[in-house]
Ligand binder design. Structure first.
Ligand code: AFD
Ligand code: MN
Ligand code: MN
Length: 431
């Protein structure tokens, strides 16, 4: 029998801190009221937020050098679903799970869908993988996949992507995310323009296989594993390709996939302006594609991204609807704890951005009062919205303090017993 945290246990844990939470909530309500803001409206807004989990995030990631797995890690996609369900049970903000194929391949996708639904989860966009060779695959991706010189290799990579769409369709997904490792390590290795032409022609075939209500997300990344010229290296290339492909193609912004100090919120604004912002992979970084926990290094950047998203909703309403997902690698923490705290960090940035006094901001911008414009943003960013997030969780049956509740439940100890390591298990390790 698989251990899941009993509902009563969460309620009992919450009972310890409810009076304190109510006091903090009431105090914050007063602060916000003086700013003309209703805390209840914000709590409702927080309760409506969601960010999808990467199935590969529930295992310890690792680096190019080593992976140091923890106890009781999931060994297959069904066990990954249990961990994702636990993250969602306590945070109430992660009902979607993004699968990665072939890592999460199962013989019985219908059973997987049923079990996930029974745990309160659904499947967000699926991810293809042509940056590794799959076991038993006839042709190698060593020299590229969708951009390979060899037409047979391209055909194999296209077929894999179409297979992901079909599997995803059975699972109830509505999107395919394509991140490509293709590129060159030496000047001259590729005809740069030829590689992109081949990419587009491959992607046109995948695009043609999309169900009518699906989107294809193009995820750009500056470098790695190609170190001289990555084919889809930046948002501009991504935008151009999404435009070439058509309305079902959108751009996906992974926060870690840019050069250090890149103004990511401006990329968000540009893609939003031109109707091509498809979604996000949230994580944080100090150097490159570090895949650290969301908001752990630069929470202000995350807030500024959400400030642009707030602006997008204000301009375009419900038509502006990018998807949110975490994409992180957990090396030194319990992945469940990292995913819970990261999901809450993303939700926090969303609510902080909702607190921006937009009239004041517009006024200061009009008056060219740069200092007060910045102060207006900072006032929202500095507001501790923790009680709003905790109250939204408690009202939805989640935990006031998800990490404390998770630790008290000894979930991981149960999993350590239930899941002895097996050789060749579908772990993760590459993010
Ligand atoms: C990569 C990309 C992409 C991919 C993932 C796989 O961020 O999202 O699917 O990691 O682990 O770096
Ligand atoms: Mn990513
Ligand atoms: Mn990445």
């Amino acid at each position: 029998m698989t251990y899941l945290i009993p509902r009563d246990f969460v309620a009992q844990e919450n009972a310890r801190s409810l009076a304190q939470l109510q006091a903090d909530y009431d105090a914050l309500a007063g602060v916000l009221q003086r700013r003309g803001r209703d805390i209840e409206a914000l709590t409702t807004q927080a309760g409506g937020f969601s960010v999808a989990l990467p199935s590969w995030g529930v295992g310890t990631g690792g680096t190019r050098f080593a992976r140091f797995p923890g106890q009781g890690e999931p060994r297959n996609v069904f066990e990954k679903i249990d961990d994702c369900a636990t993250v969602h049970q306590l945070t109430r903000v992660t009902p979607g799970v993004s699968l990665h194929f072939p890592w999460d391949r199962t013989q019985d996708p219908r059973a997987l869908r049923e079990i996930a639904n029974a745990r309160g989860l659904h499947f967000d966009s699926v991810n293809s993988n042509t940056f590794q060779n799959a076991a038993g695959q006839p042709l190698s991706y060593k020299y590229g996949s969708l951009t390979a010189q060899d037409a047979a290799v391209r055909a194999q990579a296209i077929a894999h992507n179409i297979d992901c769409v079909e599997l995803g369709n059975t699972l109830g997904s509505k999107g395919l995310t394509v991140w490509l490792g293709d590129g060159a390590n030496f000047p001259g290795q590729h005809n740069l323009r030829g590689a992109l032409e081949r990419y587009l022609s491959s992607m046109r075939e995948i695009y043609a296989a999309l169900p009518s209500d699906w989107l294809i997300y193009i995820e750009h990344k500056l470098f790695e594993p190609a170190f001289y010229a990555t084919t889809i290296a930046d948002w501009g290339t991504s935008f151009a390709c999404a435009t070439e492909l058509g309305p079902k193609a959108k751009c996906l912004v992974d926060l870690g996939h840019h050069a250090p100090n890149t103004n990511i919120e401006m990329i968000v604004a540009r893609l939003a302006q031109f109707g091509k912002l498809g979604g996000f992979h949230f994580n944080d970084s100090k150097y490159g594609d570090d895949d650290l926990d969301s908001g752990s290094i630069n929470p202000f950047q995350l807030f500024l991204v959400f400030n642009e998203l707030r602006d997008g909703v204000a301009r375009d309403g419900a038509a502006f609807n990018p998807t949110y997902m975490l994409d992180q690698s957990h090396n030194v923490t319990d992945p469940v704890e990292s995913l819970m705290s990261s999901a809450i960090e993303v939700q926090r940035a969303y609510i902080q951005a909702a607190l921006v006094d937009t009239d004041a901001l517009a006024h200061h911008q009009q008056e060219n009062d740069a200092l007060m414009a910045a102060q207006t943003l900072k006032q929202a960013f500095r507001t501790d919205v923790g009680p709003i997030l905790a109250m939204a969780r408690v009202r939805a049956g989640g935990a006031a303090d998800p990490v404390a509740c998770y630790r008290a439940s000894t979930y991981r100890d149960h999993k350590a017993k239930e899941r002895p390591p097996v050789a060749g298990a579908s772990g993760s390790g590459i993010v």
